[in-house]
Every structure is written in structure tokens, then in C-alpha cells.
Design a protein around this ligand. Sequence first.
Ligand SMILES: [Fe+2]
Length: 371
Amino acid sequence: MIQIIMKPELHKFSTCKEFAEEFQIGENDLILTNEYIYQPFFGQLDLKCHTVFQEKYGMGEPSDVMAEAILNDIAKLNCKRIIAIGGGTIIDLAKVFAVADTTDIDALYAKMPNLTRTMKLVMVPTTCGTGSEVTSIAVLNRTRMGTKMGLVAPTMYADSAVLIPELLQSLPLKVFATSSIDALVHAVESCLSPNGTSYTKAFGYKAIEMIINGYRKLVKNGLDTRKELMEDFLIASNFAGLAFGTAGCGTVHAMAYPLGGQYHVAHGESNYAVFTGVMKEYMRHREDGEIAVMNDFLAKLLGCDVAKVYDALEDLLNMVLPKKALREYGVKEEELAEFAKSVIDNQQRLLKNSFIPMTQEMVCKIYRDLY
Ligand SMILES: [Fe+2]
């Protein structure tokens, strides 16, 4: 059994200038990013590389349509290396492009996992959530199917993942909140996964500790003081990525996808909308095993009773990002059964990592409880 996959080499730099020099960014490179990231951090460096700004191809999270439009343009550039600098959207798109030998995204999904690398790949995250810089999966909204699905292949690991905390200094509060909650969910789900190992749990539990301690400091000192904690959150997100990259995410991610796919709720926020509901359902069926270890660990960090652990966690998370009921996102009650069916039909890749086996009835009940 695989204990942990640690594929991309990891780098950390204090400044973007140091990174650009060390990686000798030049004319054979394509930087995929957003203009609001590129201009302040790289604009003065006079780099000779090509740039593609993702926002010119549409807003929001990555979709098949967006990926195909960018692919059509970058195919003409003949670059040897793609450097992705951004949040989950940019990083996931770059992973897809690095294995795209066609501009037809449905054809790539059909070939999975036999995808061939066509370019070198460097990942530089600018949020503290996805951990995507160290995983081999890209999640796209498949608009023709109405849900999000992962494209995953061993060839989709980056050659290098690069952490530059200065890139996160001006992260808006909402992006900080949704991305760091996503990292927390990665850590929790990977620790509870039946595919978790001592190695993935070492990274997973450490990420949980760093994120919860960070939130507690922010609640005490004010959310505006988050700048000084960005390096911790970036590293925690990376740890969580290493954990779920091998152990996998589970039911929370599976149930969040229809909400993200159909109502365009940000990935971290859609996870948060279902997170504690899934944990409470797990505990209705089983209170022993890893969930007992998790609850004990969380109770100590939160300074609360084990029995109240998910209420205390929700209270803490609500200070960072207020939780909404599903109806507040515009979800209609009659859609809940369709969501549950879609989860069972399309998200078995994730459900196999669930703490307990999930049935369509259980998934539907969780949605109803959260409605
Ligand atoms: Fe996630």
C-alpha cells in the first residue's frame, strides 16, 4: 500500500524576483496567471516569457469551456514550460494544459488516466487552500454534464511546487476564508480516509493544528492581522495537499460538487456548506476508530468537550466565514434528491475515501438537514 506520494520538488522563496532568477524564466516559458497578480509582483522584472491572463477567458472556477478557449490560444505559442501562478483555477488549468494533446476536454477525460505530458510544469499557489500544487488532479466544471469532475493522472504532478508567501499578502478576506477552510477540509477528510497512513496523517493533523490555531489567533487579534499568518496558512495548505494527494478527499468534497457545479458557489465555501453536516452524519453511524481520534484532537485544540466538537468548530469557522443554509444559495428543495443521485453516480472516486460507506439515502438526508 502506498504510504505517501511526494512527487514535485518543493521550493520556498522570500520574493518573486528570487524565484524568477532561480528558475531562469525566459522566452520558452508561459506564465499562466491573473493580471492583478502579474503586474505588482512580476511586471517590473522585465521577463521575456509569454503570459496568459486567465480572466480574459471568463470569471469563476475552471470549466471545460474556459480550458478549451485557452488551449486554442496557447497551442500556437510552442512553449516548453508552463508556470502557473494563482489560485486553484490557474493551477488546475495548468495541470490540464500540461497533458493536453488535444483541445477537446471531453476527449481528455475519456483517455484518463493515460495522459501524456507535453510541457514542463511549475506551480506557484497564491491562495492558502487547494494544496493543488502537490497533487495530480485538476477539477473542472463539466458544463455539458452539470457537475464538477476531477481529471487525474500520474503525469499531472508538477515538476516543481514553489511557495512564495509574499504573493498572499493582499489576499482578500473572502478568498482567505474560503481557501483556508478548503485546506482544513482536505486535512480532515484525508485523516478520516480509509486510505490514510501514518505519513498522510502526520501532515493532515499538523495542517489541522496550524489552521485552527491560526483561526483562534485571528479571532483574538482581529481578521486584519492575518498578513503575519499567511506563511503558516500557505504551509498548512501544502501539508493538507500532501495528505489528501495520497489519502484522498471524501464525502464532503463529493457533496460540495453539485452545489459548486450548478450554483457556482466557491469551492471552499461549498465544502463548508456541507462539512459539519457530513461529520455529524458520520458520528450517527460510528463513533469509534479514526473519528474518535479526530474528535479528541479537535476538542483539545478548541478547548471544548468532545461531544460539542463540531458545534465549537462551526462557531469558530463562522467568525471567518458565516455558514449559509443550502436554500440561501438558491437551491430548490426538489433538487436535493437529484444532487444526491449525482453524487452517487459521478463521485465514486471520492466516495471510496469516505469514513463510512455512503448510500444515496444518507447523502440525501445530509442535504435535507442542511437545507
Ligand atoms: Fe478542495
